[in-house]
Design a protein around this ligand. Structure first.
Ligand SMILES: Nc1nc2c(c(=O)[nH]1)N[C@H]1C(S)=C(S)[C@@H](COP(=O)(O)OP(=O)(O)OC[C@H]3O[C@@H](n4cnc5c(=O)[nH]c(N)nc54)[C@H](O)[C@@H]3O)O[C@H]1N2
Ligand SMILES: Nc1nc2c(c(=O)[nH]1)N[C@H]1C(S)=C(S)[C@@H](COP(=O)(O)OP(=O)(O)OC[C@H]3O[C@@H](n4cnc5c(=O)[nH]c(N)nc54)[C@H](O)[C@@H]3O)O[C@H]1N2
Ligand code: SF4
Ligand SMILES: [Mo]
Length: 738
């Protein structure tokens, strides 16, 4: 007898009359999936599909990528430049010429009155690398403010800082293929199936074949934790204590790789002296993981001949963010797990081009990981750009999180926001709102005119997004991939690159640059310029061209012109970093083992605010939802703000499924729907931060001392049941903004 599919009518897929597929790379998360957009016979983008021969995604796409073509014509896109004299006045339409003149004149006016650094520029991880490089040249070479940073301070700053402290340079040393070689994987504060679905698929494919253990460290039972062999439901903000305890066991039981340590590291004695204090019995009392589990995880990890760690925001967004990264690196170094297949410490990055901005934006320094603090680096770049070396600052300026405090204090008077929406994404948003209201001149450059931060702008510049522009992005595994401009931006919107070049023209034409600085118009030429200043550096891309990137579906850096001459096809060494002995980026080639004393310096629950507020993400949404809030197939899954709340806590507070509740922190309050679930422990709620005027009204966001990244994952709140459910529903609806 025949069952199932063969008895059913075959599924009919609507014929979308696609006549052409055009190549790009997904513009949401840092996985870096190769994607093709199908155009119908009227030239309209009607479908997206994964590229089968791309190594990253092998034909797959997730829920966001599959509907990405709908962005091009979605509601709220900015179609025309706007301006006004004051943020509480209505907008007036303007021409590009007038808007760009006003940007130039506005910046100059602020700088003349208050000094060069009183104008700040805040960039993003969501533009193309050529755009980052051009903005860096404009900001460092012509505008000349040192207060230039990106939203990556909210995201990858702790990873960057931790890599630099351990290895002497930024740059994730591993790749996705490591899943195919590892014998043990620890995932720290990363919910891979929801936030990087195709990396998760790559991991799952590998794990199903070889059955290596997955250990998940996360206070919630996330989708990844559900699939774990061991789930460590850690007390929030205490990962460093667990790391120290794991190292304590490794040294006590002599499980370390002493040969590797000797050849490749400094600082062993200091590290051993510190971790000596973290015996599993004492550590368990702080981090909430019992001593036996600590011991068995240490043995599993150190006993595997190749073991790896991945991590994301559960580590980075903490007052110990940078230390947490160093702790992961310490564990890898003492067990010889760097630079070998399946043995690595791999930061899973966030935004599509978080890596590109780290490498090329000049936000915290100068192009290609060069430092403002290094005289030779300043000299090289000044010469290359044809600017006066003395025009460059000698150390980095403020981080994004400090820029807002400086606006509040009146030190910064002007701001240019590019592809970031701080009113929705910075902690303590009411404080951010008050700061933005104080700005004398604010420019917002966003592909959506309805981005919340635009409320406080004097000039709005409508930008193209994603595949309305040509250029490259770098993914989590250092793979640079191409995006083609497959359709023009809507209305009068322009690619970000065009906008930067137009602003540069105005600075170049006037007294500042005297027309000396060259700004190439086309991204393929800019890419070659970048290649030429990358030669001989860790991130050497001199062997790459746009054509090669599309042909290979991305190439991992480094890929050099020497390799091209020698006929070595990619990846040609670009798979992993630090594969040879003592090739770390400190002067003696050795990595640093760094002791990490734990100081409990976070906001923690108390009698008045007894519940942990944990914030994060959902698979269907992207950040402040300027994009996914407009795409029906994404937004329908969770159109309103809600919390995950433990059923026992809900019962105690008299809250039923679907009730609206008020969350109150020392900062402000928010009304959300309660969804009881055992995913969270009894003393914690989880609130997705995608909804405007919600999660970040509550967060405190204390800063990590090294990276200045906010601790978004740990705040203290109380929960109030609301008597008038009808009014509460209304309030919550108003908060959903789209
Ligand atoms: N669908 C979707 N995907 C995305 C994004 C998106 O908005 N939507 N954004 C992208 C970006 S920019 C980023 S940075 C990444 C973020 O990707 P992830 O970091 O994976 O996502 P989050 O949900 O922010 O946080 C991950 C986990 O950290 C846990 N956590 C909280 N506190 C602690 C702690 O003290 N210790 C540990 N070990 N874990 C803790 C939380 O419970 C949560 O499950 O996702 C990227 N991918
Ligand atoms: N509570 C809490 N807060 C968080 C986090 C958390 O876990 N919890 N995570 C933090 C992290 S990791 C991150 S990365 C930040 C993200 O914070 P934001 O940077 O504010 O995030 P987005 O909403 O993606 O903002 C990007 C903006 O750029 C626009 N845009 C997109 N593409 C383009 C383009 O090509 N050109 C231009 N000009 N504009 C474009 C979008 O419309 C949007 O308005 O949020 C941080 N905030
Ligand atoms: S996994 Fe990330 S890169 Fe791939 S389709 Fe989904 S959002 Fe895009
Ligand atoms: Mo991020």
């Amino acid at each position: 007898m025949l069952f199932g599919r063969s008895k059913k009518n075959p599924i009919k897929i609507a014929d979308k009359k696609i006549i052409e597929w055009k190549y790009a790379t997904c513009g949401y998360c840092s996985t870096g999936c190769s994607i093709e957009v199908g155009f119908n016979d009227e030239g309209k983008p009607v479908s997206s599909r994964g590229v089968a021969d791309a190594d990253v995604n092998r034909g797959k796409l997730c829920l966001k990528g599959i509907f990405e073509h709908e962005l091009f014509s979605s509601a709220g896109r900015g179609l025309i430049p706007l301006q006004r004299n004051n943020w509480h006045q209505p907008w007036e339409k303007t021409t590009w010429g007038d808007a760009l003149d006003r940007v130039h004149d506005g910046i100059k006016a602020v700088q003349k009155k208050y000094g060069r650094d009183a104008f700040a520029v805040i960039s993003t991880g969501q533009m193309l690398t050529e755009e980052f490089y051009t903005l860096g040249k404009l900001t460092r070479g012509l505008i000349g403010t040192n207060n230039y940073d990106g939203n990556t301070t909210l995201c990858m700053a702790s990873a960057v800082s931790g890599y630099k402290r351990s290895f002497g340079s930024d740059g994730p040393p591993g790749c996705y293929e490591d899943f195919e070689h590892t014998n043990c994987l620890i995932a720290w504060g990363s919910n891979l199936p929801e936030q990087h679905p195709i990396i998760y698929w790559r991991f799952k494919e590998a794990q199903e074949k070889r059955h290596f253990p997955l250990i998940v460290v996360d206070p919630r039972v996330t989708m990844l934790a559900q699939n774990a062999d061991i789930h460590l439901a850690i007390t929030p903000g205490t990962d460093v204590v667990l790391q120290n305890a794991l190292m304590h066991v490794i040294f006590k039981e002599n499980l370390q790789d002493s040969d590797y340590i000797k050849v490749n590291t400094n600082g062993l004695d200091e590290l051993m002296a510190e971790v000596e204090k973290y015996d599993p019995i004492s550590a368990a009392k702080i981090c909430g993981i019992d001593e036996d589990t600590i011991r068995s995880v240490a043995r599993l990890y150190a006993g595997a001949n190749a073991a790896m760690s991945i991590w994301t925001m559960g580590i980075n967004q903490s007052t110990h963010g940078s230390d947490g990264v160093v702790g992961i690196n310490n564990l890898a170094l003492i067990t010889g797990n760097i630079g070998k297949p399946g043995g690595t410490s791999l930061s899973i990055t966030g935004q599509c081009n978080a890596m590109g901005t780290r490498e090329w934006s000049s936000c915290s320094g100068l192009p290609n990981h060069r430092l403002l603090e290094n005289e030779q680096d300043r000299k090289d770049i000044a010469e290359f750009w044809n600017i006066d070396e003395e025009f460059l600052p000698k150390k980095r300026g403020m981080f994004q999180t400090d820029i807002y405090h400086a606006i509040e204090a009146g030190h910064i008077k002007g701001l240019w926001l590019i592809a970031t929406n701080p009113l929705s994404s910075l902690p303590n948003s009411e404080r951010v709102r008050r700061a933005m209201q104080k700005l004398e001149f604010c420019v917002v450059q966003d592909c959506y005119a309805d981005s919340e931060s635009n409320q406080y702008a004097h000039v709005y510049l409508p930008a193209g997004t994603w595949a309305e522009k040509e250029g490259v992005m770098t993914n989590t595994e250092r793979r640079i991939n191409l995006i083609n401009a497959i359709t023009p931006p809507p209305g009068e919107a322009k690619p970000d690159l065009w906008i930067f070049n137009q602003v540069a023209k105005r600075f170049n034409a006037k007294e500042e640059g005297k027309g000396k600085i060259n700004f190439p118009e086309h991204s393929a030429d800019i890419f070659l310029e970048m290649g030429s200043i990358s030669k001989g550096r860790l991130a050497d891309i001199s062997g790459m061209t746009h054509e090669l990137l599309e042909k290979n579906r991305g190439v991992q850096w480094p890929y050099t012109e020497q390799q091209v001459s020698a006929g070595e096809a990619p990846p040609a060494g670009g798979k992993r970093l630090y594969t040879e002995a003592a090739t770390f980026r400190y002067a003696d080639g050795k990595a640093k083992l760094i002791p990490l004393p734990f100081i409990d310096n976070n906001e923690v629950p108390d009698e008045k605010f007894p519940i942990w507020l944990n914030t994060g993400r959902l698979i269907e949404h992207w950040h402040g939802r300027t994009k996914t809030g407009k795409i029906g197939n994404n937004n329908k899954y969770s159109p309103i703000p809600f919390i995950e709340i433990n059923p026992d806590l809900a019962l105690e507070l008299g809250i039923r499924r679907g009730d609206y509740v008020r969350l109150v922190s020392r900062r402000s309050d928010a009304v959300v729907m309660a969804t009881p679930t055992h995913r969270v422990p009894k003393n914690m709620v989880f609130l997705p931060f995608h909804f405007h005027d919600c999660a970040n009204r509550l967060t405190l966001g204390l800063l990590d001392p090294h990276s200045r990244q906010p601790a978004y994952k740990q705040s203290a709140i109380r929960i109030e049941r609301l008597e008038d459910q009808k009014a509460a529903a209304q309030l919550s609806m108003e908060m959903r903004n789209f």
